[in-house]
Write a protein that binds this ligand. Structure first.
Ligand SMILES: [Zn+2]
Length: 291
């Protein structure tokens, strides 16, 4: 038995709490196992589930500026674990059977104490030198998010996920307005960039996108050749036959594909309720597409 384990058991007895230091214990077990197997990535899945308790992670989290993409992904993942653990309470017992439907930014906002409502319109504001329709508002101090019904579902979903990113990463101290967002443009402002990145990582988690991709296209990485071009069906084939296909064009075709190898299905973009472009970018990030 390791020294740490002995210490934990002693302390549990002392505190009369069988769960004291649970996070350290699991972390220590994982660390020991990693050393044993000489694999620094061993049990990474378990570490996510057990290494840090989401409630503690929420309470202690220091919000700041300038996150790395890995940090933003970790936050999205931790929030998803917290939502999964509280799914019965958050969905009032009617938990969706499809795990992708659990990636609901409005429910996620509720889970961190925000109220999220939709309004017919949120008015207009001045952005990038012109007046534009407000698509989303986040009010940090009163913990409220409002989404405009003036935009299609995909935009509403991405905008809500963007506000979720602000709530979690930045906790805005004043009211913040956003124009319509769907993951197609990259913002120059660091907070806006981080909220966009968070939205994309929250709505399209690595594990679920890779699993769905493999289920539809029967591979871990799609490479364009005669057989795969044929399997995509006549419409995609016609586009690809024109030649000079770019990676982005192919990614868009895969994001929108509703058939492969004679099987018909719901496209990846609509499964995850995101735009074609947002899914195409994510497929490239995950290195699922190759020309
Ligand atoms: Zn924003």
């Amino acid at each position: 038995m390791t020294e740490l384990l002995e210490q934990v058991i002693k302390n549990r007895k002392l505190l009369q709490n069988p769960y004291a230091h649970i996070e350290y214990l699991e972390l220590a077990q994982i660390t020991a196992s990693r050393l044993l197997y000489e694999n620094p990535w061993a049990h990474i899945e378990d570490l996510d589930e057990l290494g840090r308790l989401p409630a503690q992670w929420n309470a202690n989290w220091q919000k700041r500026k300038n996150y790395t993409i890995a940090e933003i992904e970790q936050h999205a993942r931790m929030l998803q674990i917290a939502i999964w653990q509280r799914r019965d309470e958050l969905w009032h017992g009617a938990v969706p059977s499809n795990p992708i439907e659990l990636l609901d930014p409005k429910i996620a906002l509720n889970s961190i104490g925000y109220v999220c409502d939709e309004d017919e319109t949120l008015g207009q504001f001045y952005s990038d030198g012109k007046m534009v329709e407000v698509a989303g508002i986040i009010d940090g101090p009163s913990k409220q998010v409002r989404i405009s019904r003036q935009f299609p579902n995909i935009v509403r979903n991405f905008t809500a996920a963007h506000e979720l990113g602000h709530a979690l990463l930045h906790e805005p101290r004043i009211m913040h307005r956003d124009r319509a967002l769907n993951g197609e443009t990259i913002s120059r402002d660091s907070c806006e960039y981080e909220a966009d990145k968070f939205a994309s990582l929250f709505l399209m988690p690595r594990k679920q996108v890779c699993a769905s991709f493999k289920q539809l296209f029967l591979t871990d990485m799609f490479s364009l050749d005669e057989a795969t071009t044929f399997a995509l069906g006549a419409a995609a084939r016609e586009m690809l036959m024109k030649g000079n296909t770019t990676l982005r064009q192919l990614s868009r075709i895969l994001a929108d594909a509703e058939q492969y190898n004679g099987r018909h299905f719901k496209s990846l973009a609509s499964r995850f309720s995101v735009s074609t472009e947002a899914m195409a970018i994510r497929l490239e990030e995950l290195k699922l597409v190759n020309l």
